[in-house]
Ligand binder design. Structure first.
Ligand SMILES: *Cc1c(COP(=O)(O)O)cnc(C)c1O
Length: 403
């Protein structure tokens, strides 16, 4: 069976984890701090906080910004549930926007009409690793009429004086937009290091800070370390340095990354750009070479004049098929020992969001992309033979179902 996305665990990773386990320091410590520093350099952000998940990072930053009841946060309808759930945890309302057909990303042509005087945050999601149109998003929120109707409810919101752009960059570490890396494109970008993501720490995430003047991103980083560890003025490492006494300054969260996780991340990051991304690109190119000139298929966009993807999900679509046909094709692919997936079910298709009143008929593009989509395996150890096994399985299954 060809799996969908197993992690790359080799001796280098195992040795680094062993080193941490034997060091006597397994929770947040020197390796987490080093990983944060390397991520800041890699993403060209101003500061980076590592946490135990992207979900925790998204929620932490919504809470830092003071998001609560009565506030609206704009998200795409086509994303993983985490994007919406963090908004709901804060008591605010997710406003879903339909997607653009080609990129699978939030349709910026529909964004302006979703903004109201209650809008506090926009959370674009770089689906599959392809960055959103950040220039266009900033042009929309910086338009005088939009800025004027922004209602600041606290000092932080007053300081920003406009809608916050927090990118859900769970898929897009290392991707670029107009030559700039994700992490430096939005006010805040949140990466995921979950086991199936491009770079993994088993579970984990990072918040890349890139807030404009007068924010001090380094000061904010220090505050977020406290906020993500019970509001404790000193973490465990600081307490070992002589003065045991600490204070609690707010009812903080518990979302810190451990040095065990960071040791996986350090090795993953070291070889990310010149090895991981190169291999993923090779797989994308191979899949494209097979499907691109076959009119039954629509291949995903992973490079344009302005954008280069991080090749996280290969979002293949099959022209003019029904949802049932797609599911039948997936079953046939599985029967040929190849694991595939669907990314994603638009949120309005899922029971919980339905119960809140979201209706899929309001997101026709999201539904259309979803019903014809099949995500193919992409991972470091996928061999050339495996790639051919995958494409043969897809083509044969499509032939069987569509004749
Ligand atoms: C994986 C994912 C997340 C959540 O990441 P975790 O690290 O598991 O919390 C958020 N958004 C999107 C789009 C994702 O795919």
């Amino acid at each position: 069976m060809i799996p969908f996305s197993p992690p790359r665990i080799d001796d280098k990773i195992i040795n680094e984890v062993t080193d941490t386990l034997k060091s006597g320091w397994i929770t947040t410590g020197p390796k987490t701090k080093l990983f944060e520093k390397k991520l800041t350099e890699f993403t060209d952000s101003k500061s980076t906080l590592c946490l135990n998940s992207a979900t925790a990072g998204l929620e932490l930053m919504l809470r830092w910004f003071g998001i609560g009841k009565g506030d609206e946060v704009i998200i795409p309808a086509y994303t993983y549930c985490a994007t919406a759930n963090v908004v709901i945890h804060c008591g605010a309302t997710p406003i879903m926007v339909d997607i653009d057909e080609e990129s699978f990303n939030m349709d910026t042509n529909r964004l302006a009409q979703a903004i109201t005087k209650r809008t506090k945050v926009i959370m674009p999601v770089d689906i599959g690793g392809l960055p959103c149109d950040y220039t266009k998003i900033y042009d929309i929120i910086n338009a005088p009429a939009v800025k004027q109707q922004f209602q600041a409810n606290n000092e932080i919101q007053k300081q920003l004086g406009r809608i916050l752009i927090m990118s859900d960059a769970a898929h897009s570490l290392g991707a670029t937009y107009k030559g700039r890396k994700t992490g430096s494109l939005a006010d805040i970008s949140v990466f995921s290091f979950h086991a199936v993501k491009n770079l993994t720490t088993a579970e984990g995430g990072a918040v890349a800070l890139n807030l404009p003047e007068p924010f001090d991103n380094e000061e904010l980083y220090k505050f977020l370390c406290v906020l993500s560890l019970h509001g404790q003025s000193k973490d465990a490492l600081a307490k070992t340095k002589g003065n045991w006494r600490y204070d609690v300054i707010t009812a903080g969260f518990k979302a810190n990354m451990t040095d065990i996780q960071a040791s996986i991340g350090l090795i993953e990051l070291e070889r990310y750009e010149n090895d991981t991304l190169v291999q993923r690109r090779k797989i994308f190119d191979y899949y494209n070479s097979v499907f691109k000139n076959d009119s039954r298929f629509i291949t995903p966009v992973f490079e344009t004049k302005d954008k280069v993807s991080s090749y996280n999900v290969y979002l293949l679509r099959i022209n003019n098929i029904s949802e049932a046909q797609r599911d039948e094709i997936i079953q046939k692919i599985f029967n040929k020992d190849v694991s595939v997936n669907v990314h994603f079910q638009p949120l309005p298709l899922l029971s919980f969001y339905k119960s809140l009143g979201y209706k899929i008929k309001n997101y026709p593009q999201a539904f259309d992309n979803y019903k014809t989509e099949i995500s193919l395996p992409v991972y470091y150890d996928l061999s050339d033979d495996d790639m051919k096994t995958v494409t043969d399985a897809v083509i044969n299954s499509v032939n069987e179902v569509l004749g």
